[in-house]
Design a protein around this ligand. Structure first.
Ligand code: TYM
Length: 337
């Protein structure tokens, strides 16, 4: 069976961008394919500590798993949930892949450049985290990795590292994850998904943004979130059209409207085609986001911790078996065994 796999760092609350860009697509794919695919959802806690953690990491981990359940993930025998640090093969393969990756390609990673720019002290973890991400994916031969557009470069890096190892030993040691455009198609999209900053829609919505009005957090008071949508930056075209390049603010609102209501983007675009009143669109999206958050937060509160611990126990048993078998294949190829 092919594997679909994803992870979301948990160094604090998630943004609506994390949620709509990665978590919701994963839940939809998982529910649609859990009969004939392995569904691996893991908490990249080792990735999380590359930057400061807001709040209690242990609590963040448990809450992040509840997010998937509250978003509708159906537990099933092919759905595995685990913590990265509880499967030591991730760290071990990370080291081996460090000896395959080169400084040049890692220095070119946009995320690394953005996170290190202007900083005097840049942690080695920030530099190396795409290699750990490659290990996360390759240990399980994952074919599909639902992530937002900002992570596409890391998927390409993962493919390159896998090709390098396979070529070196002239064997298919690793399964290549699908190319990023094929990943997007599998998610039912034309390209990568990037929810924009509400105040500066040229940029992606990011937790690190200083302005509270730029981002919606999953823990936001739903009414406050609605106000943030009402104050979103748009443009002066007076034409509601999906055009991320010329009208990123309006396009972002259309995108959010489609995703929170689980309807195709094309349908939302057609509904609003030819309309000019941005206030009406904002009102509608604000209501959708408010209702969505109210429902989501109410569901979240009802999920007990015990369910999460049971899922982790089963998931970590499975993950340790699969990952150590793959690690052993790699160790043999490198003549370490
Ligand atoms: P992270 O934790 O920074 O982000 C989690 C997921 O959220 C997506 N995302 C967005 N999508 C759309 N619009 C946005 N504004 C937006 N902001 C964030 C990200 O693309 C990502 O999918 N390295 C990864 C975590 C990771 C991982 C993995 C993912 C570690 N190992 C293996 C998949 C497979 C990261 O730091 O994502």
């Amino acid at each position: 069976m092919e594997t679909i796999l994803t992870g979301i760092r948990v160094n604090g609350e998630l943004t609506l961008g994390n949620f709509l860009g990665a978590l919701v697509p994963m839940v939809r794919l998982a529910n649609a394919h859990n009969k004939n695919h392995n569904i691996n959802i893991f908490v990249p806690d080792l990735h999380t500590i590359i930057s400061d953690v807001d709040g209690d990491l242990q609590k963040n981990i448990i809450k992040s798993i509840k997010y998937y359940l509250a978003a509708g993930l159906e537990p099933n025998e092919n759905v595995y949930i685990y913590r990265q640090s509880h499967v030591s093969a991730h760290s071990e393969l990370n080291w081996i892949l460090n000896c395959v990756a080169n400084m040049g390609e890692l220095s070119r990673m946009t995320q690394f450049k953005e996170k290190s720019e202007g900083k005097e002290h840049v942690g080695v973890g920030i530099f190396d985290y795409p290699v750990l991400m490659a290990a996360d994916i390759l240990l399980y031969d994952a074919k599909y990795v639902p992530v937002g557009e900002d992570q596409f470069q890391h998927i390409e890096l993962t493919r390159n590292l896998a090709i390098r190892v396979n070529n070196r030993f002239d064997k298919e040691i690793f399964t290549l994850p699908a190319k990023t455009l094929d990943q997007a198609k599998f998610m039912g999209l034309d390209g990568g998904l990037r929810i924009r900053d509400l105040q500066n829609p040229e940029k992606k919505m990011s937790k690190s943004s200083k302005s509270e009005n730029s981002k919606i957090m999953l823990s936001d008071d739903p009414k406050v979130a609605a106000k943030k949508i009402m104050s979103a930056t748009t443009d002066s075209e007076a034409n509601i059209k999906y055009d991320m390049f010329n009208q990123p603010g309006i396009s972002n609102l259309l995108q959010i409207e489609a995703l929170v209501n689980n309807v195709p983007l094309q349908e939302v675009i057609s509904t609003w085609a030819g309309e000019s009143r941005y206030g009406d669109l904002k009102q509608k999206v604000a209501e959708s986001v408010q209702t969505f958050l109210e429902t989501f937060q109410a569901k979240l509160d009802l999920i007990p911790d015990d369910i999460v611990y049971e899922l982790l126990e089963a998931g970590e048993n499975y993950a340790n078996k699969v990952a150590s078998a793959k690690l052993s294949t790699v160790q043999k190829a490198f003549n370490l065994r």
